[in-house]
Write a protein that binds this ligand. Structure first.
Ligand code: 0O2
Length: 232
């Protein structure tokens, strides 16, 4: 049997066993390729986070305010990786995880105003070691439930001791109010197997609209106060 094939099978076994929290010692030894991949994602995530920290430092200096309220990072859990691979019908191998899942490393950037989202996205995408793979603008085109954020899948290099590797990272940019909505909507309903409810759907959608309206008003106020543009 090919060692690579064996590794892959064992990783599958690892992911399956993980769900039951029964990891045999043999499976433990087999998880090296999976652990390596996760560590590369972790490095890529740190790189992207640092890029935003640098932008935050520079833009704070330039504009006398920080366009970034906070940055959060997360690596997808093995359970969540397994669930998505199975749901999408991809083979459960380390190679397939790397090829098919683009959101294992996630960086969420919470911005002050909607325009900051686009300023930051543009600044990131202009960098010559960043390549955009995909863009989903759920702000200009909110999801039916009201979800808003700008999603970017970017590819960036990470420099290891003897080689360079290119990794994908999902970047989600949103305002405080978009984040507040997404966070509470996740608590209430997102990906929960709940029966359809027109009432809940309508309420959540209305809250999302209110959030968007507040964002627009706050941005307008900011423009009036700081830029002296009273006709905004
Ligand atoms: P978490 O907790 O962030 O890890 P899929 O992953 O198959 O659902 P796709 O096309 O890969 O869909 O990704 P999509 O829809 O562009 O964005 C997925 C991520 O965006 C989710 O990641 C959430 O973080 C966020 N998201 C998208 N839609 C919603 C929504 O309706 N409500 C909330 N609260 N968040 C949303 P994960 O992995 O599902 O979750």
């Amino acid at each position: 049997m090919e060692p690579e094939y064996l590794y892959n099978r064992l990783t599958v076994h690892f992911l399956e066993q993980l769900q039951n929290q029964k990891i045999s010692s043999m499976v433990r030894k087999s998880i090296q390729p999976y652990k390596e991949l996760m560590s590369y994602y972790s490095c890529a995530m740190m790189e992207v986070e640092m890029k935003f920290k640098v932008l935050s430092e520079e833009l704070s200096m330039r504009d006398d305010r920080n366009p970034i309220e906070s940055i959060r990072t997360r690596l997808k859990t093995p359970q969540s990786i397994r669930e998505k691979m199975v749901r999408k019908g991809y083979p459960l191998t380390v190679e397939s995880i790397e090829e098919n899942l683009h959101d294992i490393a996630g960086v969420r950037v919470i911005c002050s105003f909607p325009s900051d989202i686009y300023t930051l996205a543009e600044a990131l995408l202009k960098q010559d070691d960043v390549r955009m793979i995909e863009k989903k603008d759920y702000i200009k085109h909110p999801k039916a439930n009201g979800y808003r954020s700008l999603h970017l899948i970017v590819e960036i290099p990470i420099f290891l001791h003897d080689h360079k590797k290119t990794m994908k990272v999902e970047v989600q940019l949103r305002t405080i109010s978009m984040d507040w909505w997404a966070s509470l909507e996740q608590t209430i309903r997102y990906k929960k197997d709940l029966p359809d409810s027109d009432f809940i759907e309508k309420e959540l959608n209305e809250c999302a609209e209110m959030g968007a309206a507040m964002d627009a008003r706050m941005e307008r106020l900011y423009g009036m106060v700081w830029e002296g543009n009273r006709d905004l």
